[in-house]
Design a protein around this ligand. Structure first.
Ligand code: BG6
Length: 357
């Protein structure tokens, strides 16, 4: 702390940002020390890396401790998914177009799939990861944030609180998964040894040095949002490490046509599907049925209306962190998780963990 004081001496008029990428159990103590050391200059901000705790109780304790030093507006809880261009584009797609709105609901949408698949294993983070697992590492934050942006009602403006106020409503409307529901609505897995692009890779337990572990490296959940828009529309969430390819996407699967004039035995009519590709090959694809050109009656097949961000905009996107840290400097917390969001997400995740245990 003495060394840090020396480094910062004389810069009291500068914007101070403390960026904590530490074990979350230290966030409270570090915040207190920032205050004790007199380093919290007026307008100073603090950035907290995820995970904020490991359950609701620890998250509350951290939020209380950091909140004792920094005002909520000065606390920036990072979820780097919110800094991804394609994730922000969800808001543009939904609320910058009138086309989708009437269909974006029960009655038109059959189900939603949110997938974050990774090729990487846990590698050097195995010690940390074994205490965490996929549900806490990915679902509690990244996937639930994607659920929020897919499911929210239109905010009244882009104002930082207006968007976050809508997100918290989605989190609070998540049907709790507990008791028997944990068995019927969730699946866990752990990767074994295999090959990625033909290169052999070790299994999770081998990476753990042969210790036994029940930590999940894959999780799939059938989630439901209990409100007028989404009642009885399943949101299938899945994420895992060492899967076949790295890809993240949101699929809006629309319902079948109400009455088909193309008999099923002869025609392969598929319901429409909107795929929002978050990474790689960022873009949006809308699958529609089309007639194959040619004489001799109808031959139908799904074809896609394709928007590739790279082809359309032809620019390099800022890295998610680059954008988020810039937002911290600008003092705009819209792309960060508010305290109530983090806690509502833990509340939902906690009963699943309890059920597994
Ligand atoms: C991090 C998780 O938050 O997100 C990692 O802790 C995961 O386990 C990473 O690999 C995935 O991020 P991205 O941007 O590569 O999808």
């Amino acid at each position: 702390w003495d060394r840090l004081k020396k480094v910062l001496a004389g810069g009291e008029d500068k914007q101070r940002v403390f960026y904590l990428a530490l074990a979350p159990s230290l966030y409270g103590a570090v915040s207190a020390n920032i205050a004790v050391a007199g380093l919290k200059s007026p307008g100073a901000r603090i950035v907290l890396e995820k995970p904020i705790g490991s359950d609701l109780e620890s998250a509350r304790a951290i939020n209380d401790a950091v909140g004792a030093v920094f005002e909520e507006e000065a606390i920036f809880r990072i979820d780097h998914y919110l800094g991804k261009e394609t994730v922000q584009n969800l808001l543009a797609l939904r609320f910058g177009n009138s086309l989708f709105e009437p269909l974006w609901r029960r009655g038109s949408v059959d189900h939603v799939q949110i997938t974050v698949a990774e090729e990487l294993g846990v590698g050097g983070r195995v010690e940390f990861y074994d205490r965490i697992g996929a549900l806490r590492d990915m679902v509690q934050n990244h996937l639930l944030q994607l659920v929020c942006l897919t499911a929210i009602e239109a905010p009244s403006s882009l104002d930082q609180e207006a968007v976050r106020d809508e997100k918290i409503k989605v989190l609070r409307a998540l049907h709790p998964i507990e008791g028997d529901g944990v068995r019927t609505r969730t699946v866990r897995g752990q990767y074994a040894a295999g090959a990625i692009h033909g290169t052999p890779v070790p299994g999770y337990l081998e990476e753990l040095g042969g210790k036994s572990s029940r930590t999940e490296t894959f999780v799939a959940i059938k989630a439901e949002i209990e409100n007028w828009r989404w009642s009885n529309v399943p949101f299938y969430l899945r994420t895992g490490k060492r899967l076949k390819t790295k890809h993240s996407e949101i699929v809006i699967q629309f319902q079948d046509v109400p009455h088909s004039i193309f008999p099923e035995q002869e025609y392969n009519v598929k319901p429409n599907r909107l795929t929002i590709k978050l990474q790689p090959d960022e873009g949006v694809k809308l699958f529609v049925m089309a007639k194959e050109p040619g004489p001799g009656g109808f031959d139908l097949r799904p074809v896609s209306l394709d928007l590739s961000f790279e082809e359309t905009f032809g620019i390099r996107y800022p890295d998610a962190y680059e954008r988020l840290l810039m937002e911290v400097l600008r003092g705009n917390p819209a792309l960060f998780m508010r305290r109530d969001e983090v806690e509502a997400a833990w509340e939902w995740v906690d009963t699943i963990i309890a059920g597994w245990e």
